[in-house]
Design a binder for this molecule. Structure first.
Ligand SMILES: CC(C)(COP(=O)(O)OP(=O)(O)OC[C@H]1O[C@@H](n2cnc3c(N)ncnc32)[C@H](O)[C@@H]1OP(=O)(O)O)[C@@H](O)C(=O)NCCC(=O)NCCS
Length: 182
């Protein structure tokens, strides 16, 4: 799949990550985690989380797994964002049929607030609909007000809250949100 969008200034592509995109995702994943959570967690915890979640070994295995979907955004051919989707339903609050979790959704900070997140979400929702999923769900930190507002704009609704083991040994309060896929 490939979704190409051209504005007068920037050429934006959104497509499923290929098996040889592990290095690109490792760099982008680490960079955007530091940008998003660098002020909230210690650098040791962030480093540990990055080395676990974005190791090349793990990413190579995930990219080879047909049940894990990474969509990669480029602007002028530079990787600048991604989303990870995986069919999981590990919380009792998620009751819809055909669930898929929007596990991660991140843009490089310089591209936030320009409509690219919206294009990525639109592509992700089309992708999950085309692959037969009926419920998209996610966890978001309770204090991530920008992301929560973004998800609400995309018709995600809160269905619960829980504590989640995030970077390091930090347990953080998160909201659970779902959206039916038409
Ligand atoms: C979540 C995230 C991907 C959403 O992307 P975003 O850029 O914030 O959201 P949008 O693409 O909808 O952009 C909307 C903003 O761009 C503006 N915009 C500019 N041009 C636009 C256009 N052509 N179309 C739509 N919006 C446009 C809107 O006015 C809006 O501004 P506002 O937020 O000040 O009201 C992004 O905020 C992000 O990466 N955040 C950090 C990581 C994070 O928290 N991830 C979630 C973890 S659960």
């Amino acid at each position: 799949m490939q979704n190409q969008l051209q504005t007068t200034k920037e050429a934006i592509t959104i497509c499923r990550a290929a098996e040889d995109d592990a290095v690109v995702l490792a760099e982008l994943g680490a960079r955007t985690i530091r940008q998003t959570y660098g002020a909230a967690f210690s650098s040791e915890d962030i480093d540990r989380h990055i080395s676990e979640a974005f190791s090349l070994k793990r990413l190579n295995a995930e990219l080879a797994n047909p049940e894990i979907f990474y969509l990669l955004v480029t602007v002028n051919q530079e990787p600048c964002g991604y989303t990870k989707l995986q069919p999981t339903s590990t919380s009792e609050a998620i009751t819809g049929t055909g669930p898929i979790e929007l596990v991660r959704l991140y843009l490089d900070s310089q591209w936030i607030g320009q409509g690219i997140g919206a294009k990525l979400m639109q592509t992700a929702l089309e992708f999950v609909a085309n692959n037969g999923f009926r419920t998209c769900w996610l966890r978001v930190l309770e204090n991530n007000t920008r992301a929560i507002a973004f998800y609400r704009r995309w018709s995600f609704v809160e269905v619960g809250s829980e504590y989640y083991l995030a970077a390091g040994d930090n347990t953080v309060p998160v909201l659970l949100m779902t959206r039916l896929i038409n």
